[in-house]
Ligand binder design. Sequence first.
Ligand code: GLV
Ligand code: MG
Length: 326
Amino acid sequence: MANYKHEIKVRLNRSELAVPGSRIDFFEKAAKSEADIIFLDLEDSVSINQKSSARVNVIEAVNDIDWRDKTLSIRVNSYDTEFINDDIEEIMKNTSSRLDLLMFPKVNSEKEILKFDKLVTAYENKFKRKKKIGFEIIIETTLGLININQIALSSKRNESLHFGSADFAASLGAKITNIGGINKNYGILDDNQKKRTFFINDMWHFALFKIVLTAHAYGLRAIDCPFGDFSDELGFDHAARSSYTMGFDGKMVIHPSQINLSNKIFSPTEKEILEAKEILTQMKLAEKKGKGAIAFNGKLLDIVSIKQAQNIVKIDSMIKNNREDS
Ligand code: GLV
Ligand code: MG
């Protein structure tokens, strides 16, 4: 069977802060924040008449600001816009090797990523760039979700699949305008005639599940959508916990107040870490005895448990070693 997984750089991606490219006043604050990844935005937080000036701002910011140990990304405009070719060329020509990633929004098909990869490779060679740029892909159109498999496999640069719930809602024609939140009208009514109870359903479950499923099938990070109501801490907490439980690696955040909470929720707990370390010890012992599966705390452990435990230990060690991928 073909091995679809390629080695991608292991990065912390618990919180990924969006910073509008037109808001120079936000840049230093973002660099000082605790966000694992910063993405400087040229897309939907920037108005049409500010597109070129935002591009200049973002390029200068990559080169001049001390981003410390953060992973740095730029969200470019989408494939079908008049800005995308210049975005890629100007960024590749003028940014230093401090830049780690490019984020591509509204990706509909693999054709788009193939084109981006070709361009980025050509510019990397032409401008003798030292660091290979990785790709982050936002799945936020109906076509993008349909074609997610081929999109995920389209380039060795691909590192993560993100869910963009606002654009996805628009693409779907869904009647919801609060970014990343619930819609109280989406649910089912119990048919018990004496006491009819309405249960709200999660409108994005299918999309989220498909994204985490595909990302992890191919060894990519899965990143959940932003939560627009930044005054609703409890709402954010629940949304993030739910996606952590499902397997997501982190969440995009649109406000600094969401960073610490996101980092906390997407970090393994002390209990999970201790258990993972114990599992690795037990599995080593089992291996010595020639066993593939053992009982531990009344539960079955087998080879796959090693992988899960290793993931937890690795993330924990990256957090403790200040994001160094050892
Ligand atoms: C993010 O880009 C979104 O559309 O939610
Ligand atoms: Mg979007």
